[in-house]
Each structure stands twice: as C-alpha cells, then as structure tokens.
Design a protein around this ligand. Structure first.
Ligand SMILES: C[S@@+](CC[C@H](N)C(=O)[O-])C[C@H]1O[C@@H](n2cnc3c(N)ncnc32)[C@H](O)[C@@H]1O
Length: 204
C-alpha cells in the first residue's frame, strides 16, 4: 500500500534515482540505507552496484519484512535489520556511504540530532551522506503544499524541514560540505537532495 501511494503522489523513482546517481556507489563499498522501509532504494543501490555491500535499517519490522520479501524475490544479497530507533547497531566508521529517503521529516528535531550524530559515528572518515527529504522551498505554493504532509505526519517532526534547517543540523552533527544538489517539486512540497561529507581534519 505504501509503495503504491508514494508512487502515485510523488516522483518517487526520480528522487531515489537522484540519490543513487549522487552516491555513485563503487564495488566493495559498504552502504547503509537508513530508514529503508520496504527496501525500494536499498534494492536500487544493489542493482546499481551488485559488488557493493548493501544494508538497510528500519524501526518497523512489518515494513522490513516486506523489504526482505522484495530482495529475496530478486535474489539479492542485502542485509536488512531492525533496531531500537536511536542507537545504530554498527561499529564506528562502518559505512563508506549512507543514503536516506524521506525519513527525516518523521523525526522531531531532538531525534534528528541524535540520529545525525549516530550516522556521523558509523560513517567512515571521508565517507558521505546523501539525504532526500522535504526542505523549505522558495515557492509559496510548495511551502503551502508541505502543510498537507505536516498535517498528516505531525507539525513537530516536520518543523526543522519546514524552516529549512536540515542542512544546518547536518553541519552541526560534524559533517562538512553540506550541499543541496537538487530539488523536486511534488504534490506535498519540495524534496531536496542533500549531500555531506565526514571530513577528518586529522587524516587530511
Ligand atoms: C516515508 S517512509 C520512507 C521509506 C523508504 N526510505 C522509502 O523512501 O521508500 C519512512 C520510513 O522511516 C522509518 N523510520 C521512522 N523512524 C525511524 C528511525 N528512527 N530510524 C529508522 N527508520 C525510521 C519508517 O519506519 C518508514 O519505513
């Protein structure tokens, strides 16, 4: 149902494709899809680079079971795991790249900060973060349309998105070169593709 609804209301494939293109995953890289849901993006990453080591994580076991079913149907070797929603069950510096699509507007600002700190911890030095999520649009219409999602998903979790603060929160977590690379106008407001880098001054 989620897959169907999102496919008719959003340029979902284009947004996920833009994330995959931005990440440009290489063979042997370790990749995490944060908040992977039913695994659509996770599968796209693995299909883009079958030699990569791809994992997806989510808090919702039911949704995750759907992702497992989809990846097994395609015969793909993807590691899918649930967790407590706060502490990522991975060692420091584990992943070369972390991607995330339409997850952060579900997290209130305090949770966004906790999760971004966790993501910063588990991404490797010189590793990259790619997020697609709602941001503050220059267009009045797009800002107004985002209120539909805010009404549905809650005003608290979407607050930093509506104010355009997600890039700032990413920087505050320690990431450098935080950039909005692309944006998509949708029926529910503007979705932005943000990239960032964990730049270790000591090693560079
Ligand atoms: C709108 S769906 C997007 C799913 C997927 N990324 C996609 O684009 O198809 C949001 C997802 O975020 C997950 N989520 C919510 N809070 C989370 C958290 N703290 N950590 C990880 N995932 C979370 C939900 O369970 C849900 O699967």
């Amino acid at each position: 149902m989620y897959d169907f609804l999102i496919s008719i209301t959003m340029p979902e494939k284009k947004i996920k494709q833009a994330l995959v293109e931005a990440a440009n995953v290489s063979a042997k890289e370790k990749i995490l899809d944060f908040g992977c849901g039913t695994g659509t993006l996770t599968i796209m990453i693995k299909e883009f680079q079958p030699e990569a080591n791809v994992a997806g994580i989510d808090v919702d076991v039911k949704i995750l079971n759907k992702a497992i079913e989809k990846s097994e149907d395609k015969g793909l070797d993807i590691f899918l795991i649930d967790y407590d929603g706060t502490h990522l069950p991975f060692q420091d510096n584990r992943f070369h790249k972390i991607l995330s699509c339409l997850v952060f507007h579900h997290l209130d600002t305090t949770k966004k900060k906790i999760i971004l700190a966790e993501i910063f911890r588990v991404v490797s030095n010189n590793g990259k973060l790619y997020i697609a999520d709602f941001g503050r649009s220059k267009s009045w219409l797009q800002r107004t349309l985002f209120n539909i999602i805010r009404g549905l998903d809650g005003f608290k979790p979407t607050d930093a998105n509506a104010k355009g603060l997600l890039p700032e929160l990413i920087s505050e977590a320690g990431f450098a070169n935080v950039t909005i690379n692309k944006s998509f106008k949708t029926m529910f407001g503007e979705v932005q593709i943000i990239s960032a880098e964990k730049y270790n001054l000591i090693n560079n």
